[in-house]
Design a binder for this molecule. Structure first.
Ligand code: ARG
Length: 444
């Protein structure tokens, strides 16, 4: 029974939050006239001393303690005796305690993780700034589509991360509601004020329903989803990096510090950071799925199943604390080969749309323009040449609308520069975008 029940090996990390909760609860008991001034003072002094000892690692749970709450109550009673120490439990339950502590812990971790996510955004932005001239093949279906700026592609990985930060900040509104005072499920009869405890613990307010306060874990699930989304966004970025650093692509090289060799193949430089990011994403998705499954079908109010919420949440947070700085390091030290990307950019007839758009600007209906450009691609494929290699004779043979001026737009620079609407890949637009991204990140 004990081996199954015990949770101190993972919930001890909530010890300082538990003690802060106890200090706030002691104040509530005092205000309600359930602790004399003298008792309140002695209780808070002992709790503060215990807090300092826990913070420096001088005390910890005993093997016989079931959970962090029981361990800290035991330690308090050992220090001030059962006559005073035994008063603290009045009007509260481990059910409202744990629901409150995990939210408080989460709110702090969310802020720390936000900084880690911003580190990756910063690395992407710095690389985008440093390579404004570089043009690469943009892809859809993994097939060459249209040329884009490398900076545009890098920023396309930064925006989702900024949305993840917005999600974290938004869920903090829901995490900022304290369940303390809900007691076991029905609330307290001792005249304690949950709003004052909430304020003392840095929450915005207290829960309007004590059953919901002790039973709900949707905020934990929501956080684990956002953390999984961060993992998925890092995984997609990593997949790009993994492809770029293959010798076949050769668009970028990894820094030695952020890659590994092979124990047998001397030539290898493996993208382990990116691969671990991809792998961790699976694990983070597993944590959300597990949490949802734990909550599904649980009757109100508290059930011991809910003890299973902590390890997946802690795991998602811990994994990202390690992963995010590594991804930032990998991205920040990538060395891009602009020449190789530029050589690849026009391959696969990626300028065919530019030919069609050129025809449209000259009054040709797009359907006809699409056919003409398609015929040009077919012709070039047969002749083993690129679109830009077509002679004036060949052009007019393909379609009378195709004059030699079309060759002016059949360059990757011309193609990129022409996509100059908001959000497009034209260098001026991307420069604006870098500024907009910087402002969004600074406001986060
Ligand atoms: N260790 C428990 C948890 O993490 C704390 C609440 C236990 N409450 C109870 N009535 N057994 O959920």
């Amino acid at each position: 029974m004990f081996a199954l029940s015990v949770s101190t090996h993972f919930d001890w990390r909530l010890a300082l939050d538990d003690l802060d909760g106890s200090i706030a609860h002691a104040a509530a008991l005092h205000r309600a006239g359930l602790l004399t001034d003298e008792d309140h003072e002695a209780m808070v002094a002992a709790l503060q001393q215990l807090r300092a000892d826990v913070a420096r690692g001088a005390v910890t749970a005993d093997p016989g303690d079931e959970d962090v709450h029981g361990a800290l109550e035991r330690l308090l009673i050992e220090r001030i005796g059962p006559q005073l120490g035994g008063r603290l439990r009045a009007g509260r339950s481990r059910n409202d305690q744990i629901a409150t502590l995990i939210r408080r812990w989460l709110r702090r971790e969310i802020r720390l993780l936000t900084l880690d996510v911003l580190g990756v955004v910063e690395a992407l932005r710095d690389q985008a700034n440093a390579h404004l001239g570089a043009i690469m093949p943009g892809r859809t279906h993994m097939q060459t589509a249209q040329p884009v700026l490398l900076s545009h592609q890098l920023l396309a990985h930064a925006w989702p991360l900024l949305r993840d930060i917005a999600r974290l900040q938004d869920l903090d509104k829901r995490a900022a509601v304290s369940p303390y005072g809900s007691a076991a499920l029905a609330g307290t009869s001792l005249g304690l004020d949950p709003e004052l405890v909430a304020t003392d613990l840095g929450f915005d307010s207290s829960v309007p329903n004590s059953i919901d306060g002790t039973a709900a874990r949707d905020v934990i699930v929501e956080a684990s989803y956002v953390l999984a989304q961060v993992g998925v966004d890092l995984s997609r970025l990593s997949e790009d990096v993994i492809i770029w650093v293959t010798p076949e692509f050769g668009f970028a090289k990894l820094d030695d510090a952020w890659s590994t060799g092979s124990s047998i193949m001397p030539q290898k430089k493996n993208p382990d950071v990116a691969e671990l990011a991809r792998g961790k994403a699976g694990r983070l998705i597993g944590n959300v799925s597990g949490l949802l499954a734990t909550c599904k079908g649980l009757p109100l109010a508290y059930n011991r199943d809910l003890q299973e919420d902590k390890e997946p949440l802690f795991d998602s947070v811990d994994q990202l604390h390690v992963l995010l700085p590594a991804v930032a390091g990998m991205v920040g030290t990538l060395r891009f080969d602009a020449d190789r990307m530029a050589q690849a950019a026009p391959r696969g007839f990626s300028l065919a749309t530019d030919m069609a758009d050129w025809l449209v600007r000259r009054g040709v209906p797009f359907a006809r323009a699409h056919d003409i450009a398609g015929a040009a691609v077919q012709f070039c494929e047969g002749a083993g040449i690129g679109l830009a290699d077509l002679t004036p004779e060949q052009l007019s043979e393909i379609a009378p609308e195709l004059t030699p001026q079309v060759l002016d737009v059949l360059t990757i620079e011309g193609s990129v520069a022409s996509r100059n609407g908001r959000g497009g890949t034209a260098p001026d637009r991307v420069r604006e975008q870098i500024a907009e991204l910087g402002a969004t990140a600074a406001a986060a």
